[in-house]
Design a protein around this ligand. Structure first.
Ligand code: 4AD
Ligand code: MG
Length: 394
């Protein structure tokens, strides 16, 4: 006697038999119930159950669970919204508390898990230490005006936009660290790839220049793609995705300087590159593209800069655009101080950051990988809102 526990997804009657398509959360199964089988409660789509019986195969060779006793644990009724029919993503977005019961979102949540595990495994394998940075902080890493405030009767701070600055503190004691945490951006953006709360992985590496940081980024993302694909065959089938995501992991990703991009694609020097233009660029190379050395005035205070450019890169992906932003950091005390002052940072509050360059400073680099955007690419989700169970956005 075996037991199967789960939820009913659909019910079909045929020639004295009842077939229940069910899920145990991890896999889908078919329950086959003969007439006269004892049933406790009313089986309905959405109800939870415990079945006793035996795993077997149908005459056509499909796996089935032959039920000898069925107990309905939690009842359902005809108002249950996730009925076995096609639903739009828009409808699903209106019921975040229920959409995880649909095959598509079960698959995405599981791939999300695999992507998390892959990142930890790979970074651990290469000697990175996971470092914990604060979520409540005064440090506005990426520039003014895009953070949420956190206030109580004794505290007046912000929600972090990036763990990087504290990550650099970790780097200066451990050499190679990464953060894996929620980050918050308050800008009122309504694009399909913006969340107000999203997850970022931020490796920070001592004795590392811009190019070595790109090597790490490219290797990490390629390994994540391969690992997720290897572990999620069942889920990709559930999503109806059959083409190999690893294809892009087998080619080199070009690294092109911003100045060359401007020349080739007719962009005015000094202007940001729009999302549409990013896709034109990626299509023309047939691969993800690193765009490097942006004009220094487009980039934040912590980056190492020459008189025209920042030593930085963005990794642009097909479909989802920028999935990584990274740079070499300014490691010189005086130069960083100057850049902090011209960015009008509160020098008293930010001393702890400047001090990282006072004793034992080191050339170092790092980057931030947008976890949800990478997952969007992997699952071919149309909106970033569809890869996180409870999206928060403007
Ligand atoms: O390019 P960003 O702003 O870089 C930083 O925050 C650096 N401090 C990272 C570092 O060097 N440690 O953000 C990094 C990545 C982006 O490339 C994008 O993939 C993702 O985070 N991202 C968002 N994802 C979803 N919604 C948003 N609003 C996002 N903003 C950035
Ligand atoms: Mg960026």
């Amino acid at each position: 006697m075996e037991k199967l526990k789960g939820w009913i997804k659909s019910i079909r009657d045929s020639k004295g038999l009842r077939f229940f398509a069910v899920t145990d959360g991890i896999k889908d199964h078919q329950l086959t119930v003969k007439e006269g089988t004892p049933i406790e409660g009313l089986p309905k789509v959405g109800a939870s159950f415990i079945a006793e019986g035996e795993h077997s195969t149908t005459p056509k060779g499909q796996p089935e669970f032959l039920v000898s006793k069925l107990d309905i644990v939690g009842a359902s009724d005809d108002d249950f919204p996730i009925q076995p029919k096609a639903h739009s993503d828009e409808f699903f977005r209106s019921v975040p508390e229920l959409r995880g019961k649909a095959k598509k979102f079960q698959a995405i949540w599981k791939i999300r898990h695999q992507q998390t595990q892959a990142i930890h495994r790979i970074l651990d394998h290469f000697g990175f230490i996971q470092y914990y940075t604060p979520i409540i902080t005064h440090a506005d890493c990426e520039g003014a005006g895009e953070s949420f405030s956190v206030k109580s009767d004794w505290l007046d701070e912000k929600l972090t936009v990036s763990g990087q600055l504290h990550g650099e503190v970790g780097m200066s004691s451990l050499g190679k660290i990464y953060t894996f945490g929620p980050t918050f951006r308050a800008e009122k953006s309504t694009t399909r790839k913006h969340l107000s709360e999203f997850w970022m992985i931020e490796p920070e590496i001592a004795f590392c220049d811009l190019f070595e940081a790109m090597d790490v980024a490219e290797d990490l993302v390629k390994r994540v793609l391969r690992s997720v694909e290897a572990k999620s065959e069942y889920e990709f089938k559930q999503l109806g995705i059959d083409d190999k995501h690893t294809k892009i992991a087998d080619i080199d990703w070009p690294r092109i300087k911003y100045d060359d991009i401007c020349e080739k694609f007719g962009i005015k020097w000094g202007e940001d590159i729009s999302s549409d233009m990013e896709q034109t660029i990626v299509k023309s190379y047939g691969a993800p593209v690193f765009i490097t050395h942006y004009p220094k005035d487009l980039k934040p205070f912590y980056m190492k800069k020459d008189d025209k450019h920042a030593l930085c890169f963005d990794l642009i992906f097909p479909e989802v655009g920028e999935i990584i932003g990274g740079s070499q950091r300014e490691e010189d005390y005086e130069k960083l101080k100057e850049q902090m002052q011209s960015a009008k940072l509160d020098m008293d509050k930010m001393q702890w950051y400047l001090v990282t360059r006072k004793w034992g400073t080191v050339p170092h680099s790092g980057f931030g990988l947008g976890f949800d955007r990478l997952l969007m690419y992997i699952t071919k989700a149309q909106k970033i809102h569809d890869v996180i169970p409870f999206p928060i956005s403007y």
